[in-house]
Design a protein around this ligand. Structure first.
Ligand code: AKG
Ligand code: FE2
Length: 205
């Protein structure tokens, strides 16, 4: 997944340069990802919907995981695996699964097979590419209907991100989290991540 992610990162760099951003002063996505030892692989597990404590989300598109963007560089994903009572089952509801919001504001269901990988752009890439690449808003919908009971979902996500100690030079114009960036625009990815976590969980900056 990392190997393919690096190939994609190379294309992202070319795209960004073609769109008028100079070779990033050593901040190429490919190089940043390739020298990082800070990627995170996570096996994600979504409980059957009837165990959800959130009642208000009903049948919404984000009933399993709310709309968000990932904060790293690139996220690699495998397709969701659905299980019922410990046995793999076909997805019982064609509306269930991962959704993204496109640049032109359409909500699109992401479909890909078990021998394929999907990649999403993270916020750090949006910021460092001066907005030429956009972080991918996404959410996950739980299955509904008679056959959805006891159905759980698992998938694997690899969050590719800069090294904790990598200094990132943030541009003066950034689309979000502006208040987290010091006047000289320089923060390590670790400092940036900690500021983000404080912002989300304690309302501190
Ligand atoms: O489960 C998925 O397909 C997406 C997971 C996700 O968005 C995340 O963990 O950040
Ligand atoms: Fe995500």
């Amino acid at each position: 997944m990392l190997e393919v992610g690096l190939m994609l990162a190379r294309h992202c760099d070319l795209y960004v340069m073609q769109h008028g951003v100079e070779p990033y002063d050593g901040e190429s996505l490919e190089q940043t990802i390739s020298r990082s030892r800070c990627h995170k692989g996570r096996l994600l597990y979504y409980f059957p919907r009837q165990f959800s404590t959130q009642k208000e989300d009903g049948d919404s598109v984000s009933s399993w995981c709310g709309w968000h963007t990932d904060h790293g560089s690139l996220t690699g994903l495998t397709c969701g695996l659905f299980m019922k009572n410990s046995v793999e089952v076909p997805c019982p509801d064609s509306a269930a699964g991962l959704y993204i919001r496109t640049r032109d504001d359409r909500v699109v269901k992401v479909t890909f097979g078990e021998d394929e990988l999907a990649y999403q752009i993270g916020e750090t890439t949006e910021i460092l590419s001066r907005g030429r690449l956009c972080a991918t808003p996404h959410c996950v919908q739980a299955p509904s209907g008679a056959n959805a009971s006891n159905v759980e979902r698992s998938t694997f996500a690899m969050f590719m991100q800069p090294d904790w100690n990598e200094t990132l030079n943030f541009p003066s114009e950034i689309p979000y989290h502006q208040e987290l960036i010091p006047p000289n625009g320089a923060l390590t990815f670790g400092e940036y991540s900690e500021r983000l976590v404080n912002k989300y969980y304690q309302g501190k900056t």
